[in-house]
Design a protein around this ligand. Structure first.
Ligand code: C2O
Ligand code: CU
Length: 465
C-alpha cells in the first residue's frame, strides 16, 4: 500500500496548516486522526498536450484524478476528508451500498464540510468491484473542476489478468490557454445536455498510453467521470468481455463490442491484446462520424503464444434477489422540462411557477411537477421490501438516472430483468421500470447524474425504514 503511506505523509503535513475545525463524523475518535487524509484542494494537472500550460484544477490531494483507493474485499475504507477548497464540500462514494451516514449527500445524510473543516468517512464496502468517489456539493462545478477518484474493492479470488488498469474518463471545457472555462452554472448547459467539454482525458491525461504485448490480458476498469458526456466506446486490436457493470458482476461475461457509458456508469472489461507487434491496441470513443483515441496500448513483444481461455464470471456480490414484482411497492417518476420540452410550469417553494420564472431561479427541470428537492420522499419503503419505480422521461434529452445506496434491475414489460446497476441511461421519451430490494435503511437520493440537470430540478429521494 505505497500510495496510502504517501497520502498519509502528505496529509500529516497539511493538518498543521489547516487545523481541525470541527465537522467530525459521529464515529470520530482521537485515534482516528492518524488515518489517511483525503485532502480536497486546488492543484494543477497536465490535461492539455505538451506546449500548453498546466491547468488549475481542484483535486483530491490536489491531483486529477484523486488517489485510487484500493482495498481487499472485507476491509474498511477510512479517510479523513479535509476540505481545503474555498467552498463547502462532501465526498460521495458512488455505487457503494454504504451506510447512510457515510453517503456524502449535503443536507440529506450529513452537513456540508466547511472550508478548513474535516469529516471522517469510515465504512466497509459490502461489495467487491469498481466504485468511485466524487464531490456531491455543487457537483456541477466541483466534479467538473476535477474532484473525483476511483475506489477499487478487490475480489477475494480475482480473475487472472496480467494487468489491472483503472481508466477514469472525463471531458473538460478548456480555454485556448488550457485553463477551465469558468462557465459553471450556465443556464444554457443546464437546460440542454449539461456541461459538455471540448477536451477528453483518461486519468487526467489527454494522451494516456501504456505499453502492452500481444496476447497480454488486461482488466480495464472504466469509469465515466464526466458531467455530461455519454461515451460510445469501442476496442481496436483488443478483444474480450464485459464482466461487470456499475461494479456488479454479470452472471455471464458478455462480448465487449459496442459499449455506451453514461455519466456515473462503470464497466469492467477483461480484454486480450490481439494486434501484432508494432501496432497499437486502442480504447476509442465515437462522436458522430469521428473516432478518438482514449487510451493507447502500443504492442511491444509477445506475452504468450495464444490467447488465454475465456474468463469465468466474477463471484457475485451479496445483493438480495428481487422479491415478487407484482406485489412490490410502486411509484412513478415523471421527468419533465429542459429545452424543447413541454413543461409550462412546476412547483417551486410551495407555489406554481411558470417556466420563465423557473428559469430565472435556475430551475429548468422537474420530477413529478416539482422543480426542487421535495420535502417528502418519492416513496417510503419498509426495510427489505421490493420496490418498483416507473420512470418516464418526458423530455427531449437523455438522462443518466442514479439511485444511492442500492443496486436495481431494469424490468422489461414481459417481466425479464436486466443486470444490477446503480445508474441507467434513459433515452428521450423513454419509459423504464426499475426494481430493487430496499434493504439499506436511510434517506437515499435519486437523481440525474448529469449534475447540471440535477441542480436544476432533477432530484428526489426515497426513504427506507
Ligand atoms: Cu455519483 Cu449522487 O452521485
Ligand atoms: Cu439529465
Amino acid at each position: 500500500m505505497i500510495h496510502s503511506r504517501r497520502d498519509f505523509l502528505r496529509g500529516a503535513g497539511s493538518v498543521a496548516l489547516l487545523g481541525a475545525t470541527g465537522g467530525w463524523g459521529p464515529s470520530a475518535r482521537a485515534a482516528e486522526r492518524d488515518t489517511v487524509t483525503l485532502h480536497a484542494r486546488p492543484g494543477t494537472a497536465r490535461l492539455a498536450p505538451p506546449g500548453y500550460p498546466q491547468t488549475p484544477v481542484w483535486g483530491y490531494d490536489g491531483s486529477v484524478p484523486g488517489p485510487t483507493i484500493r482495498v481487499p474485499h472485507g476491509q474498511r475504507v477510512t479517510r479523513r476528508f479535509v476540505n481545503g477548497l474555498p467552498q463547502p464540500s462532501t465526498v460521495h462514494w458512488h455505487g457503494v451500498r454504504i451506510e447512510n451516514s457515510m453517503d456524502g449527500v449535503p443536507e440529506l445524510t450529513q452537513r456540508s464540510v466547511q472550508p478548513g473543516a474535516e469529516f471522517l468517512y469510515d465504512f466497509e464496502p459490502p461489495d467487491a468491484g469498481t466504485w468511485w468517489y466524487h464531490s456531491h456539493h455543487r457537483t456541477w462545478e466541483q466534479m467538473a473542476r476535477g474532484l473525483y477518484g476511483a475506489l477499487v474493492v478487490e475480489e477475494r479470488i480475482a480473475p487472472q489478468v496480467d494487468r489491472d488498469e483503472v481508466l477514469l474518463l472525463d471531458d473538460w471545457r478548456l480555454t485556448n490557454d488550457a485553463t477551465l472555462q469558468e462557465s459553471f452554472g450556465a443556464l444554457h448547459d443546464w437546460a440542454h445536455a449539461g456541461r459538455m467539454g471540448n477536451w477528453i482525458t483518461v486519468n487526467g491525461d489527454g494522451a494516456w498510453r501504456r505499453a502492452s504485448s500481444r496476447h497480454e490480458r488486461l482488466r480495464l476498469r472504466l469509469v465515466n467521470a464526466a458531467n455530461a458526456r455519454i461515451f460510445v466506446l469501442e476496442l481496436q486490436r483488443m478483444e474480450g468481455w464485459v464482466v461487470a457493470l456499475d461494479g456488479q458482476p454479470l452472471p455471464a461475461p458478455m462480448g465487449a463490442g459496442a459499449l455506451v457509458l453514461s455519466p456515473g456508469e462503470r464497466a469492467d472489461l477483461i480484454v486480450d491484446v490481439v494486434g501484432a507487434e508494432g501496432e497499437e491496441a486502442l480504447l476509442a470513443t465515437r462522436d458522430r462520424e469521428d473516432t478518438y483515441t482514449l487510451a493507447a496500448f502500443p504492442i511491444q513483444g509477445v506475452a504468450r503464444k495464444a490467447r488465454l481461455p475465456a474468463p469465468s464470471p466474477l463471484p457475485p456480490n451479496p445483493v438480495p434477489p428481487l422479491g415478487d414484482l407484482a406485489s412490490a411497492r410502486h411509484a412513478t417518476l415523471r421527468m419533465e422540462g429542459g429545452a424543447m420540452g413541454r413543461m409550462r410550469q412546476a412547483m417551486l417553494g410551495g407555489r406554481m411557477v411558470g417556466v420563465r420564472e423557473l428559469a430565472e431561479q435556475g430551475k429548468v427541470w422537474a420530477f413529478n411537477g416539482l422543480a426542487e428537492m421535495p420535502d417528502e420522499p418519492l416513496l417510503s419503503a419498509s426495510l427489505g421490501e421490493t420496490v418498483r419505480l416507473t420512470m418516464v422521461n418526458a423530455t427531449a434529452w437523455p438522462h443518466a438516472m442514479h439511485l444511492h445506496g442500492h443496486h436495481f434491475r431494469a424490468v422489461a414489460s414481459d417481466g425479464a430483468t436486466g443486470p444490477l446497476r446503480d445508474t441507467v441511461l434513459m433515452d428521450r421519451e423513454e419509459t423504464l421500470d426499475i426494481a430493487f430490494v430496499a434493504d439499506n435503511p436511510g434517506d437515499w437520493l435519486l437523481h440525474c447524474h448529469m449534475p447540471e440537470h440535477s441542480v436544476a430540478g432533477m432530484k428526489t429521494w426515497v426513504r427506507v425504514a
